[in-house]
Ligand binder design. Structure first.
Ligand code: AMP
Length: 420
């Protein structure tokens, strides 16, 4: 038997319904915030991720799915969504007429070669948003608010962990301070951190291995290295978040895993006992330098991404109700082939008039069709009988009150509309 690959999963049955519900909530909230759906390819040139996510990030050094295709191109399955969106922004010259920022959202599979465990897979789904073309602090607040409110609508209480890396000058000063601080202590850090010290010392603060060491806890704080402009910006952001009544706390150790962030960085954390590192449901930040880094015109931008799988696990562990459809409207029952033809015509008509309908495809007896209708939790039954059909009528039964009525086929849609 051929089985699925390690770190991948099928989404079937109730899991699929739950996922669909979460996606519907996402679509609805993005609509409210006036974000447009975007799709970019699942594979891109490897160079895109090397130049955006960063050569020193764990994602690029250890986690990408890379291959050479039949045309000798170096290809990578996308490990995250921002790089593809930015590539598309540049390639489609969306910067041409930026009278408004470009506001887009995506929802699709990402690939990272990680050690699979609960809430961590090799193929997983991320929902993300990007706002490209404005440096306005209120757009940082909007992105955080969309992320925060998505969880609220899904019924998960979350807190926003917030930090600022500042502008380039602040970030450089902080980087130098970290290098000086970590150099004498480097022997007590893990092998990866030794490499990070030279390439990107900020990433040491993100290390999963050394996370609880005192050296990390006592490291210099970003906030002490923000220049005046950056600090003002950070304070303004907090004012906006207060106005929007968003539950956040400043965490000066938060730097985020990717190399391209500046100013605002944030993570969305759920308060779930025993959920460990999985409680980080999503995160994002500002990446003003990335578009230029990918040969586009200098354009400020900010984004956010959350894992669908982990969000659904969080909802399940909090016993949150998934609003999935539990009924159908109508089950059409028939006994012989002539009645089946009427069923074939009626089901088409009713579905095109907006009703959720089902019928029998297994040649079941009436008794077993009643059982099917109950399994589907059908609100109404349309019971076909040759004599009624000759008079252009059908029997409609309310499956709850058990009341029956003979209804003209011509009036059926109006009748069911009224009843449902
Ligand atoms: P990142 O792009 O690493 O900031 O991740 C953003 C969110 O995507 C995380 O908070 C998770 O919810 C989700 N995520 C990242 N990596 C994985 C993975 N390997 N499996 C499942 N979800 C993931």
């Amino acid at each position: 038997m051929i089985t699925k690959q390690k770190g991948t999963y099928d989404v079937v049955g109730m899991d699929a319904k739950k996922r669909k519900y979460v996606c519907d909530v996402i679509d609805a909230i993005c609509e409210k915030y006036n974000y447009t759906y975007i799709e970019t390819p699942i594979f891109e040139s490897s160079e895109l991720f090397h130049r955006s996510v960063g050569e020193s990030s764990d994602i690029v050094t250890k986690e990408t799915y890379d291959f050479v295709d039949r045309g000798e191109r170096n290809i990578t399955l996308r490990p995250e969504g921002t790089a593809g969106v930015v590539r598309s922004f540049i390639e489609n010259k969306m910067y041409g007429n930026l009278s408004e920022p470009v506001k887009v959202y995506y929802n699709g599979p990402m690939f990272r070669y990680e050690r699979p465990q609960s809430g961590r897979n090799r193929q997983f789904t991320q929902f993300g948003i990007e706002v490209i073309g404005t440096d306005d602090v209120m757009s940082d607040a909007e992105v955080i608010s969309l992320a925060y409110n998505t969880y609220k609508l899904l019924g998960i209480d979350v807190k926003v962990q917030l930090n600022s890396l500042g502008d380039n000058e602040s970030r450089d000063n902080y980087r130098k301070a970290l290098m000086e601080y970590f150099k004498p202590n480097i022997d007590s850090l893990c092998e990866d951190c030794k490499v990070r010290l030279e390439k990107n010392p900020l990433r040491i603060l993100d290390c999963k291995v050394d996370a609880n060491s005192d050296i990390l806890k006592n490291a210099p704080k970003t906030i002490d290295y923000l220049n005046e402009d950056s600090l003002n910006r950070f304070n303004k952001l907090q004012e906006y978040l207060d106005l929007m009544e968003i539950d956040y706390e400043v965490n000066t150790n938060l730097v985020r895993g990717l190399d391209y962030y500046n100013h605002t960085v944030f993570e969305i954390v759920a308060d779930i006992p025993d959920f460990g590192s999985q409680s980080v449901l999503g995160g994002g930040g500002r990446y003003n330098g990335l578009i230029e880094q990918l040969d586009g015109p200098s354009t400020p931008a900010i984004g956010f991404a959350m894992g669908l799988d982990r969000t659904i696990l969080a909802m399940e562990s909090l016993d949150v109700k998934f609003k999935v459809r539990e009924n159908i409207d109508i089950f059409i029952m028939y006994g012989n082939l002539d009645e089946k033809e009427t069923a074939c015509y009626l089901i088409q008509d009713l579905r095109m008039n907006g009703f959720v309908c089902e019928t029998d495809y297994m040649g079941k007896s009436f008794k077993n069709q009643f059982k099917s209708a109950d399994r589907f939790n059908s609100k109404f039954l349309v019971i076909l009988n040759s004599d009624d059909i000759k008079n252009y009528k059908v029997k409609v039964k309310d499956n709850e009150t058990k009341e029956e009525e003979l209804v003209s086929i011509n009036d059926l849609v109006d009748y069911l509309d009224m009843k449902l």
